[in-house]
Ligand binder design. Structure first.
Ligand code: 8YV
Length: 325
């Protein structure tokens, strides 16, 4: 029997999701070693759906190897590793997992902001190193409540961060591609103008070419030596070389980073900088949220395989005519 309508896993996925794909969908996994070309030559034409994540995605080259691909289903809200323009050109649908992770990513942003301004992680290291009895007090930190916070990207996650910080009496402003109608928050027409007017800049914009280095050296200079940067979005949105240079030379007050330009590699120059909090991309990383992301990923896949449509599309497949029966 010729196996068609294959599901292909591209890149690592949550183990429980990978198992469901393998067992219930008899999914194949794209090899990462030099058997990849032979694998694609043998199976490429049978693949109609890919399940992947923001860590890996599907580029134009892989799409060309999968001529019957109809849908790229992402585990995660970010899909910047997939070439969506090429998917559109080929009529391939693209889905992600919005909404279900908004609370946890916003919680992470606020936690990271508080940790960074108050220096909690550094204070924890101080206690563990036995320094309290020897050295006494840690340096005084910066106040969070009532601070001025600028949010880059007032989408679902940015708005959830802003709403939380209202509870801390923060003065909220934002920069976004377009001004958000009816937003209660002050709009800044550029990232630099926003940075110049706040104590903390929080990056919550989608990744990809459109936002690459949106937070560049000029924006970081506008934020200045009393300003903090928090990033829970994508490392690509920030000029990381400029960021590291400014943090290590005291030209920024500090940074809280959950994302990096070249994950899992974190610039080693930051490892002994105490006013920087470094997290290994844990924004959505709770049991409940990852389970909800897994369920929504499978819902999109099932929707595509049964009806030829996606539940939470970034882009619907062009037509259901060629969709699997
Ligand atoms: C995921 C994320 O952990 O949703 C996103 O865009 O960055 C995280 O929630 C990641 O995509 C999974 O690989």
């Amino acid at each position: 029997e010729l196996q068609s309508d294959r599901v292909l896993q591209v890149g690592p996925l949550k183990p429980s999701l990978a198992e469901i794909l393998a067992v219930d969908h008899r999914a194949l996994t794209l090899p990462v070693d030099d058997s990849r070309q032979a694998f694609l030559a043998e199976h490429g034409a049978s693949v109609t759906a890919v399940v992947t994540s923001g860590r890996t995605g599907v580029d134009a080259e892989l799409m060309a190897e999968l001529p019957h691909l109809g849908a790229i289903v992402h585990f995660g809200v970010g899909y910047d590793t997939t070439d969506v323009d090429e998917a559109a050109r080929r009529g391939i649908g693209v889905s992600n997992t919005p909404d279900v992770l908004t609370d946890c990513v916003a919680d992470t942003a606020v936690g990271l902001l508080i940790d960074t301004l108050r220096g909690f992680s550094a204070a924890d290291r101080f206690v563990r190193a036995g320094r309290w009895p020897r050295e006494g007090n840690v340096p005084l930190a910066r106040k969070v409540s009532g601070s001025r916070v600028g949010i880059i990207g007032l989408g679902r996650i940015g708005a959830a961060i802003a709403d939380r910080l209202v509870g801390f009496g923060c003065d909220i402003a934002y920069h976004n591609r377009n001004q958000v109608p009816d937003s209660p928050y002050r709009y800044a027409t550029s990232a630099a103008l926003l940075a110049a007017s706040v104590d903390v800049l929080v990056v919550a914009a989608a990744g990809g070419e459109g936002t690459r280095h949106l937070v560049d050296r000029e924006v970081l200079e506008a934020l200045g030596p009393n300003g903090f940067l928090i990033n829970v979005a994508r490392g690509s949105v920030v000029d990381e070389v400029a960021l590291v240079e400014m943090l290590t030379t005291g030209r920024l007050a500090g940074a809280g980073l959950d994302v990096f330009a070249d994950e899992p590699l974190v610039p080693a120059e930051l490892f002994d900088v105490d006013n920087v909090v470094l997290l290994p991309h844990v924004g959505s990383g709770t049991i409940a949220t990852r389970a909800a992301m897994e369920a929504l990923t499978l819902e999109n896949l099932d929707d595509y395989l049964t009806r030829g449509t996606l539940t939470t599309p970034v882009l619907q497949p062009r037509s259901t005519a060629g969709a699997p029966s």
